[in-house]
Structures are given as structure tokens and as C-alpha cells.
Design a protein around this ligand. Structure first.
Ligand SMILES: O=P(O)(O)OC[C@H]1O[C@H](OP(=O)(O)OP(=O)(O)O)[C@H](O)[C@@H]1O
Ligand SMILES: NC(=O)CC[C@H](N)C(=O)O
Ligand SMILES: [Mg+2]
Length: 562
């Protein structure tokens, strides 16, 4: 690879994405002679916004054999015609990852795999919060070796251990429901998962609080029906699946070639889907838990307009133009402008070839990167009081840079309005915001935030208004997880000691140091870790239940052969 190509690969696969998470997908085609991998690959590219660091597909072909391709990188970089062709079989599981536990090591790319019992493949979106006691249980009681620091590998092994306890030669749906129900009583945290049992079928389940999304859809095939599980409904829409149905909190669904079985495997706890899915994560064209993400963002704009009107008139400030911060805030900003009867202008032009949460290592590089991604047009800013609208302010990197850019091209006053309230608490449920000190609103009031990002004024949506924007679209949901705004963690079990430990392990500065020392990320050429796709089918030199070193070890057919 040339220097330029290598450098760009490193940038593209950078672990320093902003607040990202994971996407999961499962597909079972009625006709098992048709390979499902091309469709899974398509589906993963529609979920790419949920995780850009690693991706993978495992399919199940004749004789119940698994075929795998996974590595660090984006879907378009990891999969090509050759690798897809080698993924044989009519059912499979896919994953796009941004880590919230463990590292960016290739070995932790998903789906994970265990050979015993029965051969299980597993993809997880979320984050567990009682991993310490689970690891102790795995070691002392279940005697299962967990070879990575990934909470997903741990979750898979809890599931596998519970299945093992049936002691059966062949299991049935009943056994699987019992194993998942048992697992849900053992683990705490957020998990939306898709699993596959060799030669049996695909399974989806969601934690008892339903924090992360996953749903199911059906498509009529010539001789029967195809079934899809996915994090977001957009995948179903684009491939002709209909009847999208969200997996319920505490529910498991098992699909085989001949049956669909669903079961509430534990009593549902308080249903509390993560509100940040609507603020930022999900695609606007997805509908999650009966709520259109697009409509919720329109409502956020409407509600925020009221707050902006109130604050501006109190401070006697006037605004000439509303400008969105591309991309996510566009929908809300347009509604806000219409409500306030102000012109809406696209003052920032985005380089469409730069990824969504595309951030380079270190603060200096991050700042540079915002400028790579967005360019301010003087003709929309010069001599004006501008109101910039963003969906959220997390570390403040984006706002700080774009405010400076706006001023550099002649803006008079720059006011920033955020569709989300100030973020002052870490996310522990699958979004990578682990460290309080990295959050610009932590320990700061609104004036301090404005000063920190260089704005003349910052206006935040109130939490009740944010909740109302989303909830009015499905009033049957009584609670959303808003922990990043109010520090109220729906699962419990998150306290000061937990935060301190999290910060020791996962703060940005800590991670970069550890990764540099251990080479865990492997961004250097030839390592195949963070910087480039793995070579020779390896996921670094680690053999684990989740990562297979080379072909055919423990029966997994690894197709990564570049
Ligand atoms: O305060 P920060 O730490 O900078 O994070 C907040 C920003 O990050 C996200 O944008 P991003 O560029 O990730 O994606 P987008 O193009 O979908 O808006 C989000 O939409 C905000 O603009
Ligand atoms: N963002 C996520 O959902 C990550 C899943 C899992 N905790 C991991 O780190 O791989
Ligand atoms: Mg943005």
C-alpha cells in the first residue's frame, strides 16, 4: 500500500470515532440453496452509521458449517465479491462494531463464535455493567475461558454455558428459551442480540429494559418466507421485508426453517429505550419502537424553537439566519427555522466522502478533522447573527471548531442551539461516552459551556421537552433511558465506584496510552489490528471463542484471505 493509501486506511479505520455503537443483523432465507451473505452485506452497509471500526458476517452452510469474514474496517473495505462468495449458506449473522468494552483489536470484531455446545454465533449491541462478577462466575463455576476483554464474548459464553446445562444431544426451542431466560437473570446492562445455532436457526433477544433496539421482518419468498432481524427498520425497507415488529423487552424470538417461536423469557422490567437513538444514532428513515426517528427530530426542532424564542426575547437578541450542523441536525433545524419564521440556510457544506463520526487520534487531529469534513460559506455568515443548530454537544469538538469557522468567515454573533440537553454523565449502555471529564458540559453551566466552545450564547433543549418530542409519537412508552442527561440509570448498579473504574479503563487518554504500549490496536503496518484489514484470515494472533486464528480451527471456515 502506498503511504497515502496506508494513511487514509488508518484514518478511515480510526477508533476515535465519536459517540458510536453497534449494529446487528440476522437473516434466514427459506431457500437454503441461496447464499444470504450478499444481502447481509447490503444490510450492514445500511447500519454502517452505528459502528465504523469493525464488521463481520458469519453464515451457516451445508452440514451446519460456519463461514466467517470479519476484520477491523468499514463494510465497503472488508467485503468484496470474492470474500462474499465464500460465505456459503442461506442463514447468517452480521455485525458492525464500535467498541464500548475491551479494545479495538481485530480479535474482538463480531460476530463471536463458540464451538460448544452445538456451535453458536453471536452478535451484540449494548454493554454489560456486571462483567466483573460474570467473569468470576465463568472462571470459578462454569470453567469457561474468556480470551478477550469484550463483554460480548462473555455474554455469548453465559448463553453457551446455560445451553450446555441442558446436557442434551439435540436441543429444542424450549431449551433455548430457558437458557436465554436464565442468562437475562444473570447479566445486567443493555443487550440487543442476534445469535445463530449451527444447522438450527437464528435467534434474537432484547434486555428486559429494551434499552437497545432490534426488530424482525418477513418477506414472501417463492416457496415460503424469509426472515430478518436488524437493529433498525431501514434494513427491512430496503430489501423488501415488511411487517416490522420490534422485539419486546425481555423477549426472545427463534426462527428455524419450519417455525417462528416467540416467548417472554423474563418478566419485562421498566421499558426504557435509549432516547439518544432518536437524538443522534438511528437513521431518520428508521422507525424504532413505533416511533419515526424523522418525526421525532422534527418535533425536537419544534420544541427547541420555543426555548430559543424564550431565551432570545429574554436577552433581547435577534437572529438573522438558522444554519444546521450537517448531517444529523438538519431535520430539526429546518423545523426550528420554520417555527421561528427565520431563513434556513445550508451554510456548512459537508465533504460527502468523509464518514459520519470520522475523528482522528488526539485533539489536534480531531479539530483538523472537523475542518476536513465541513466548510463554511462566507456568503451565509458574513455580517450576520447566526443560530447554529446541532443535535447534541458531547465533547464540544464539533461546536468549537465550527463556531471558529463561522467567525473566521465574518459571522457577527454565533448562537448555538442543541436539540439535546447538556450531556453530563457517561453512557454505560453501548454508546462510547465513558469519561465524565471528556464531556464539555460536565461541571459546567450553560454560560461556561458557551465560553468553552467560544459561542456568544448556547441554548439547550430541556429534558422534559426532549422526552415529549419522542414520547408523543408513542405514548405507550412511559420512560426513556436519559441517563447521559440526568444520571438516572434504569438498570441500577451504576455508582461512583463504577464510574471511576470505567474512567480508569476507557477514558480517551488512558486508552491511547494502553493501546500504544500493548500494540493492541495494531495501527502499524503489518499488524492487521486497527489500521488495516486482517490478513490470512486471522484476527490478530489470538485464538478465542470469538476470534479464530486461521482457517478451519474448531471447524470455522474463515474466508478472509486478502
Ligand atoms: O460535541 P462533539 O463531541 O463534537 O459531538 C457532537 C457532534 O457529533 C455528532 O456529529 P457527527 O459528525 O458524528 O455525525 P453527523 O454527520 O451525523 O452529524 C453530532 O451530530 C454532533 O454534531
Ligand atoms: N457499541 C456496542 O454496542 C459495542 C458492543 C460490545 N460492548 C463491544 O464493545 O463490542
Ligand atoms: Mg453532527
Amino acid at each position: 500500500m502506498s503511504f497515502v493509501a496506508t494513511t487514509f486506511a488508518k484514518i478511515r479505520f480510526s477508533r476515535y470515532s465519536k459517540q458510536a455503537m453497534c449494529g446487528i443483523l440476522g437473516l434466514l432465507l427459506h431457500d437454503s440453496t441461496i447464499n444470504c451473505a450478499p444481502e447481509i452485506c447490503e444490510g450492514l452497509s445500511l447500519l454502517q452509521h452505528r459502528g465504523q471500526d469493525a464488521c463481520g458476517i458469519v453464515t451457516c452452510g451445508p452440514k451446519g458449517r460456519f463461514y466467517q469474514c470479519k476484520a477491523n474496517g468499514m463494510v465497503r473495505d472488508i467485503f468484496d465479491e470474492t470474500s462474499i462468495r465464500k460465505l456459503i449458506g442461506g442463514m447468517g449473522v452480521g455485525h458492525v462494531r464500535y467498541p464500548t468494552a475491551g479494545s479495538f483489536n481485530n480479535a474482538e470484531a463480531q460476530p463471536f463464535y463458540v464451538n460448544s455446545p452445538y456451535g453458536i454465533v453471536f452478535a451484540h449491541n449494548g454493554n454489560l455493567i456486571n462483567t466483573a462478577s460474570l467473569l468470576q462466575y465463568m472462571d470459578a463455576t462454569a470453567h469457561r475461558h474468556i480470551n478477550t476483554s469484550s463483554d460480548s464474548e462473555l455474554l455469548l459464553n453465559i448463553f453457551a454455558n446455560n445451553l450446555q446445562q441442558t446436557g442434551k444431544f439435540r436441543i429444542n426451542e424450549e431449551d433455548i428459551f430457558t437458557a436465554i431466560g436464565g442468562m437475562m437473570k444473570q447479566v445486567k446492562g443493555a443487550y440487543a442480540c442476534v445469535a445463530m445455532l449451527a444447522g438450527f436457526g437464528i435467534i434474537a433477544f432484547r434486555d428486559p429494559n429494551g434499552i437497545r433496539p432490534v426488530g424482525m421482518a418477513v418477506r414472501k419468498a417463492e416457496t415460503g418466507k424469509d426472515y430478518l432481524f436488524a437493529s433498525e427498520s431501514v434494513v427491512a425497507d430496503s430489501s423488501g421485508f415488511t411487517d416490522w415488529d420490534d422485539v419486546k423487552p425481555g423477549e426472545a424470538i427463534i426462527i428455524t426453517r419450519t417455525s417462528v417461536s416467540r416467548r417472554q423469557v423474563v418478566e419485562p422490567a421498566t421499558f426504557a429505550p435509549d432516547i439518544f437513538e432518536y437524538v443522534y444514532f438511528a437513521r431518520p428513515d428508521s422507525v424504532l419502537d413505533g416511533i419515526s426517528v424523522y418525526r421525532s427530530r422534527m418535533a425536537m426542532g419544534d420544541m427547541l424553537a420555543e426555548e430559543v424564542k424564550r431565551v432570545l426575547s429574554k436577552k433581547n437578541i435577534s437572529v438573522d439566519v438558522v444554519i444546521p450542523v450537517p448531517d444529523t441536525s438538519r431535520v430539526a433545524a429546518l423545523n426550528l427555522a420554520q417555527k421561528l419564521n427565520l431563513p434556513y440556510r445550508e451554510g456548512f457544506i459537508k465533504n460527502r466522502y468523509v464518514g459520519r463520526t470520522f475523528i482522528m487520534p488526539g485533539q489536534h487531529m480531531r479539530k483538523k478533522n472537523v475542518r476536513r469534513k465541513l466548510n463554511a460559506m462566507a456568503l451565509e455568515f458574513s455580517g450576520r447573527n447566526v443560530l447554529l443548530v446541532d443535535d447534541s454537544i458531547v465533547r464540544g469538538t464539533t461546536s468549537k471548531e465550527i463556531i471558529q469557522m463561522a467567525k473566521d468567515v465574518g459571522a457577527k454573533n454565533v448562537i448555538v442551539a442543541s436539540c439535546a440537553p447538556p450531556i453530563r454523565y457517561p453512557n454505560v449502555y453501548g454508546i462510547d461516552m465513558p469519561s465524565r471529564s471528556e464531556l464539555v458540559a460536565y461541571g459546567r453551566n450553560e454560560e461556561d459551556v458557551a465560553e468553552a466552545i467560544g459561542a456568544d450564547l448556547v441554548i439547550f433543549q430541556t429534558l422534559p421537552d426532549l422526552i415529549e418530542s419522542v414520547r408523543q409519537l408513542n405514548p405507550s412508552i412511559n420512560r426513556f433511558d436519559c441517563s447521559v442527561f440526568d444520571g438516572d440509570y434504569v438498570t441500577g448498579g451504576v455508582d461512583e465506584a463504577y464510574f471511576s473504574n470505567l474512567e480508569t479503563l476507557r477514558a480517551d487518554n488512558v486508552r491511547s496510552k494502553v493501546e500504544m504500549m500493548t500494540g493492541e490496536l495494531g495501527p502499524a503496518e503489518g499488524k492487521g489490528g486497527g489500521g488495516a484489514p486482517a490478513v490470512n484470515g486471522t484476527s490478530d494472533n489470538v485464538v478465542s471463542s470469538g476470534s479464530i486464528n486461521g482457517d478451519d480451527i474448531v471447524g470455522l471456515h474463515n474466508t478472509w484471505k486478502r
